[in-house]
Write a protein that binds this ligand. Structure first.
Ligand SMILES: [Zn+2]
Length: 411
């Protein structure tokens, strides 16, 4: 089966641009679009290559690109393939790539941007590179569904206010990328980094560098759609994509940003947004962030959480009694440990420390059982012959030793 990325078409006026291209995968053609609040968008095919490549790796044998593309990105597609085939060989496989390389020339006068969602990770990267980052990029259609217009409007208002307060122009991009390709790949596990990169490539006439905020630290890295090994591979000669912030745990990031007034007014972490809530205050991600904010003494000053932290829920939900597959759990455990260490050293908030310790104890216990279950399955699958051989050797050795020491019959 062939996957084909068609040539893009750009329509623009002096304020906006819409770029579309047909992408054919599994015999069906989808019209992928990006609408940007700037006329300065790339006419190249690279954003569409980034959007289509991973879905193609799941189903196609050939990946055809109908317009010349960045030679650097074309070379990197091989390494991107290697990563995904190594991470999930049962889902991803190599494809024959049919594309014409072109050297992309970089425009002068470009600057640096950062993707900004109003969450802990993107605030951390923004404040860390505050002097270097000149613009912020916000995407609708990624973590907020396109049809959730109320939440989209609320979040956009808050993100605009944060950008204005920090003196950074905000570029808004809307895309139907997830509607086109969510059925092929998992958003968090495979696709989020490629999707973010497609927008960075779209805005390459404006930016030579784009920061993507890391969600996990170096200590807890696992295969994930946005990863320090992966994100830079989507770069071209024109734009460098940087995965930033792996040096800090989520607790350390919360500690670094919590004193900022703009963070206190606009921090948004919720993925559930029950009943359109900005932060629902009851999902695992909200509870986790609230606990970290309380550990650094800043929860009450963050106005986007409008309810107290239920400590029982910290022990109960953090212990893993409620499973949320959207949450990378090792990352969360590390942050809880850092928060508990911080509270134990400072002697502050013993009630929160107790709740965190109870949650961690339950998490470790679950982890032990999960490890034991995994080990049992692995032995069953891979280790049986090894165990059988060991048993045989032991039996043989015992047999041999019993022979040596067997009483000699005297006739
Ligand atoms: Zn929530």
């Amino acid at each position: 089966m062939h996957a084909v990325v068609g040539s893009p078409v750009v329509i623009r006026d002096n304020k906006f641009a819409v770029v579309t291209a047909p992408i054919t995968i599994d015999g069906r053609t989808r019209e992928l679009y990006f609408k940007a609040s700037t006329p300065f968008v790339s006419e190249g095919i690279e954003p569409f290559v980034a959007a289509a490549f991973l879905p193609a790796l799941t189903i196609a044998s050939r990946f055809a690109v109908e317009a010349p593309m960045s030679a650097r990105l074309l070379r990197n597609l091989q390494r991107i393939t290697e990563l995904f085939v190594c991470w999930e060989p049962e889902r991803f496989h190599s494809v024959e790539i049919d594309a014409t390389p072109a050297e992309r020339t970089a425009h002068s006068g470009r600057t640096t941007a950062g993707f900004f969602s109003g969450g802990v990770d993107s605030f951390y990267t923004l404040l860390k590179h505050r002097d270097e980052i000149t613009h912020l990029i916000f995407v609708t259609g990624f973590d907020i569904r396109l049809d959730d217009e109320r939440l989209q409007a609320d979040v956009l208002t808050a993100v605009r206010a944060a950008a204005a307060e920090l003196g950074k122009p905000l570029i808004v991009v809307e895309t139907n990328l997830r509607q086109c390709f969510d059925s092929f790949v998992s958003w968090p596990d495979h696709y989020c980094g490629a999707a973010i990169a497609s927008v960075a490539l779209l805005l390459s006439p404006l930016f030579h560098t784009v920061y993507v905020a890391a969600s996990a630290g170096y200590k807890v890295l696992v295969p994930f759609g946005s990863h320090p090994l992966l994100d830079p591979l989507w770069s071209t000669e024109a734009v460098q994509i940087i995965h930033d912030g792996c040096e800090a745990s989520r607790f350390q990031k919360v500690g670094a940003i919590a004193q900022s007034e703009v963070v206190r007014k606009t921090l948004r972490v919720c993925w559930h947004n029950t009943d359109g809530a900005y932060n629902c205050g009851s999902c695992l991600k909200c509870l986790h962030t609230m606990a970290l904010l309380r550990a650094v003494g800043a929860l009450e000053s963050v106005r986007t959480f409008d309810r107290p932290l239920p400590l029982r829920s910290v022990a109960w939900e953090f212990g893993g009694h409620v499973i949320d597959p959207a949450v990378p759990s090792r990352n969360f455990v590390l942050s809880m440990e850092h928060a508990a260490d911080h509270l134990a050293a400072s002697g502050r908030d013993p009630a929160l420390l107790k709740a965190l310790r109870n949650g961690l104890a339950a998490k470790y216990e679950r982890g032990m059982w999960a490890f034991a279950k995994g080990a049992r399955q692995r032995i069953k699958t891979y280790g049986q012959s090894m165990l059988q051989n060991r048993m045989r050797r032991r039996v043989a050795a015992q047999g041999c030793s019993s022979k040596n020491h067997a009483p000699t019959e005297v006739s």
